[in-house]
Write a protein that binds this ligand. Structure first.
Ligand code: COA
Length: 206
C-alpha cells in the first residue's frame, strides 16, 4: 500500500479551530460540534464530529493521518535521543510508524474508534485491556494536524477512559514522551484527568 501518495493536500490549509465542549450521547456514538474560527470560509464553519468504531477499510486513512500527526513528534524524539541513538533505533521513522499503526489496527485485542468529521477520519484511538484485566491502556492516539486543537484528542481520550471504565477495569494508563513534541499529548491526558507518574528510561549508544 502506498500511504505516501495519499497524504492530504489539506496539510497546507491550516486553520484555527475554536474549542467547544464535546457533547456525549451514547457510549457507542459520541457527537461533538466543532465550530471553526471566523477566518475560516463559511462553507466549512461547522464540522460535526462523531466517535464511532473503526472499520478496517479505513486503515489507509488512519495510517496516513498517523504519519502526518507524528511527523513533528519524531523530529522532537530525534533531538531528545540524539541522532546516533535515534537512527540506530529507527532509521526510517515513517516505515516504523506505519508498521506500528497497522499492527495496532489489526491486533486481535485492539479496540479502535475513529473521530469522524463530516465523513472524514480526523483522528483515532486504540485501547487494549491487559490480560490480567488490571489495566486498560490507551495504545495509540492521534489527530490529523488539520483538525488538531479543536478538542478531538481530548474527546477521544475521554471516550477511551469511559469505555475502559464501562469494561469494569478500574485503572487506565497511557505511555507518552517527556520531550517537547509530546507536550500536546501530555496536556491532552492531563486535561482528561490522568495523573503523571514520573518514570525514567536511560539509553546509551554502544
Ligand atoms: C496529542 C493529540 C492527539 C492531541 O489532539 P488534539 O485534537 O489537538 O487535542 P485537543 O484539541 O483536545 O487538546 C490539545 C491540548 O494540547 C494543548 N497543546 C497543543 N500544543 C501544545 C504544546 N506545544 N504544549 C502544551 N500544550 C499543547 C492544546 O492547547 C490543548 O490544551 P488546552 O485545551 O488546554 O489549550 C495530537 O496533538 C496528536 O495527534 N499528536 C501527535 C501524535 C501523538 O503525540 N499522540 C500521542 C502519543 S502518546
Amino acid at each position: 500500500m502506498n500511504y505516501g501518495s495519499q497524504l492530504s493536500a489539506r496539510q497546507d490549509t491550516m486553520c484555527t479551530l475554536s474549542r467547544v465542549r464535546p457533547r456525549f450521547t451514547t457510549p457507542g456514538q459520541t457527537h461533538m460540534r466543532v465550530a471553526l474560527a471566523s477566518n475560516v470560509p463559511r462553507a466549512i464553519q461547522s464540522v460535526r464530529v462523531r466517535i464511532r468504531p473503526f472499520n478496517p477499510s479505513e486503515t489507509v486513512a488512519v495510517v496516513d493521518l498517523s504519519l502526518r500527526a507524528w511527523a513533528p513528534v519524531h523530529i522532537s524524539i530525534r533531538e531528545a535521543l540524539g541522532p546516533a541513538i535515534n537512527d540506530a533505533l529507527q532509521p526510517d521513522w515513517r516505515a516504523k510508524q506505519q508498521r506500528d499503526a497497522e499492527d495496532v489496527l489489526s491486533a486481535p485485542g485492539s479496540n479502535v474508534w475513529v473521530a469522524d468529521a463530516n465523513a472524514t477520519v480526523a483522528g483515532f484511538v486504540a485501547v487494549r485491556i491487559h490480560d490480567d484485566r488490571r489495566i486498560g491502556e490507551i495504545d495509540m492516539l492521534a489527530v490529523d494536524p488539520f483538525h488538531q486543537g479543536a478538542g478531538i484528542g481530548t474527546a477521544l481520550t475521554r471516550f477511551a477512559l469511559d469505555w475502559i471504565k464501562a469494561s469494569d477495569i478500574s485503572v487506565a494508563m497511557v505511555g507518552t514522551g517527556a520531550d517537547p513534541g509530546h507536550a500536546p499529548a501530555r496536556r491532552t491526558y492531563e486535561k482528561a484527568g490522568m495523573k503523571l507518574v514520573p518514570m525514567a528510561r536511560y539509553f546509551m549508544k554502544l
